[in-house]
Write a protein of this length. Structure first.
Length: 624
């Protein structure tokens, strides 16, 4: 017996089981969650819906206890301590209170769900309002009443009341637009930093309130889609004078705020204004001080507009007469109505003339073409009004010159349209200009031979009228020669771009331009030209997409090609956005800070609404 008592107790527990087994069972008991029993309802407790680790929850005060407290003694202690008046009541009473508690929970869940949907709908509608460029108050004044009315008619009154829960007040819509605009700018900034290099497109204008607005677009390689993309970056008000120094300060402040480095900007595309292009006090001169390697690109569309501006005195006189005639008819309401009636009675193809403005690129060609097509009706109307310019339509030489101007400006309009558009790289734009200069040479040679068939209105007039052909053709030849000279002057870099970048346009054709590349890049270009898979990709994809694919396999060569495709060729995006700005900021909204509304309206990036909603607390809007 003594020996038995002296044996180490650690080998056996009081029940005769080993300590190892007891510890194992204790661990299992600890790891195994306690389950809810329906009898616990008399203590005022229900269970949470979690199946992995249910927790007891008091349906009187809503307090939740830990899973280890799922014991009658613990639950009873809570009841007697927190709710002593509930002790000893019948089970039916607790069942009724549990039912009321669950009904209240469902109401809260439903209200929260509706509120979150209303918040999402608020963002969606606010984005549509920004894109429509209309006042924010239109939602409360028109959209929301219209939607609720339609819901009441098409569905029921309950659905209409649900729509009224969407927060869409004037100030709320403004805040939503601001949030989405900041999110879009943040996305663009992050993409710029990922790309490493980018190009800028800059232009400025004066809005309806007299404020100068500086608009910037950015072009970069979007890593997520493996292509070059362009997006609006900002629209900032320029305080004081619109000098190059002021513009630089605004851009530099934006870059510092978003931690963008100037050495990442490789090109700037602007119009030819001195404030932009000045090498000392201009914007480009200021940028050169912080980034000596940056390059300036003069907008190709503006250069084309400058090249076609000068004409001979004879053609200028015809242009001036045409503008006077059009203004006499169109700018006076009575004359406009009478001329419209005359056109209807005569069965003319059109019933009104078009006004001309130098600001709009395409107006000159359309204006002259319409005047030529309605020349008979215009002549008759001017005679009725005893206007002195009625005599010019009886002059065959004058009409021949008008027909030529309508023809040549129609062709220039076609060139202008081909240079416009989004995501157009500079090589394609140079190809369009180069093709037009070759046409000018051909037209000039044909005129020397007496052939003007490339100008259909002039050709038809010379055939049907008794005008002397030689003087008119000589005038046309001189104008084409002047056009050719001016195009060569404003596009002196065309030949350089055409010859040195043929390997970028088509890397599968051996050209002399590839010989100017470093030896390492020439070897990579030969590898690319021998890759049949890349040859197929070159046919099926855009040029920018193709070189983004090449960059994955041949980083040096791909990067070198993308640098040539990165710059903007024109300020087209700025010009289009300025049109959107005039629709957004009107006389009735002349105090609007237009930047956020404009970014949300024109950006091709969608705001991350889910992210924005996380930072907002969904509010339940009461219906009055």
């Amino acid at each position: 017996m003594d020996k038995w008592l002296k044996r180490p107790v650690s080998h056996l527990d009081p029940g005769g089981r080993s300590e190892e087994t007891a510890e194992k069972r204790k661990k299992e008991a600890k790891s195994k969650p306690r389950q809810y029993n329906d009898k616990y309802i008399v203590y005022g407790f229900t269970s949470t819906t979690s199946s992995e680790l249910p927790q007891p929850q008091c349906f009187f005060c809503g307090e939740m206890l830990s899973n280890s407290a799922m014991k009658p003694a613990h639950l009873q202690r809570h009841q007697s301590t927190k709710h002593p008046s509930k002790v000893g009541i019948t089970e039916e009473y607790f069942k009724r209170k549990l039912t009321e508690f669950k009904a209240g929970q469902n109401t809260i869940i439903k209200a929260t769900s509706v509120s979150k949907k209303a918040l999402e709908a608020s963002y969606a509608v606010s984005l549509l309002v920004a894109q429509s460029k209309t006042p924010h108050s239109i939602v409360e004044q028109l959209i929301l009443p219209a939607v609720t009315r339609m819901a009441e008619i098409m569905i029921d009154k309950k659905a209409a009341e649900t729509f009224k829960k969407v927060p869409l007040s004037n100030n709320t819509v403004a805040r939503r637009i601001d949030d989405m605009s900041l999110d879009i700018v943040g996305q663009v900034v992050n993409k710029i930093k990922e790309a490493g290099h980018f190009a800028l497109q800059l232009d400025e204008m004066t809005d309806v309130s007299g404020e100068a607005q500086l608009l910037a677009f950015v072009r970069y390689k979007d890593v997520s889609v493996s292509d070059i993309k362009e997006h609006i970056l900002f629209c900032k008000r320029l305080p004081g004078q619109t000098t190059g120094e002021k513009m630089f300060q605004v851009i530099d402040s934006f870059f510092k705020e978003h931690e963008i480095q100037w050495n990442q900007c490789s090109h700037i595309c602007t119009d030819g204004a001195a404030a932009m292009t000045g090498s000392v006090k201009g914007l480009f001169g200021q940028v050169k001080k912080v980034n000596p390697k940056i390059k300036l690109m003069h907008c190709i569309i503006h250069r084309e507009a400058l090249a076609i501006k000068r004409m001979s005195p004879y053609l200028s006189a015809v242009m001036d007469d045409a503008m006077k005639i059009i203004n006499f008819i169109q700018s006076r309401p009575l004359n406009h109505r009478l001329f419209e009636t005359l056109c209807h009675e005569s069965g003319a193809q059109h019933d009104q003339l078009l006004l001309h403005t130098d600001v709009r690129w395409l107006s000159r060609g359309k204006t002259l073409l319409r005047l030529y097509e309605l020349r008979s009706e215009v002549c008759e109307f001017l005679k009725e009004q005893l206007h002195p310019h009625a005599a010019v339509f009886e002059d065959a030489n004058w009409v021949a010159r008008l027909g030529y101007l309508a023809d040549v400006f129609t062709k220039l309009n076609e060139l202008n349209l081909s240079l416009q558009g989004k995501d157009s790289h500079i090589l394609r734009m140079y190809e369009k200009v180069e093709g037009f200069t070759k046409k000018l040479n051909m037209w000039q040679k044909k005129c020397e031979e007496g052939d003007v068939s490339h100008f259909p209105l002039l050709h038809a007039h010379l055939v049907t009228s008794a005008v002397m052909r030689a003087p008119v053709i000589k005038l046309v030849e001189e104008h084409l020669s002047k056009l050719n000279t001016d195009f060569n002057q404003y596009f002196q870099d065309i030949d350089k771009k055409s010859e040195s970048l043929d390997w970028v346009r088509d890397p599968f054709t051996t050209t002399e331009s590839s010989n100017k590349l470093p030896a390492r890049l020439q070897e990579q270009l030969l590898d690319v030209s021998s890759d049949r898979g890349l040859r197929v990709a070159h046919r099926e994809k855009t040029l920018t997409e193709f070189w983004c694919d090449v960059e994955r396999e041949y980083p040096e060569l791909g990067k070198h090609a993308l640098v040539e495709l990165l710059p903007f060729g024109s300020t087209y995006m700025c010009e289009v956005t300025f049109s959107a700005l005039t629709h957004t900021k009107t006389n009735k909204r002349n105090r609007l800070n237009v930047e956020n509304s404009l970014i949300a309206a024109v950006s091709s990036l969608s705001p991350d609404v889910a992210k924005l909603m996380k930072d907002k607390q969904a509010q339940f809007k009461k219906i009055k």
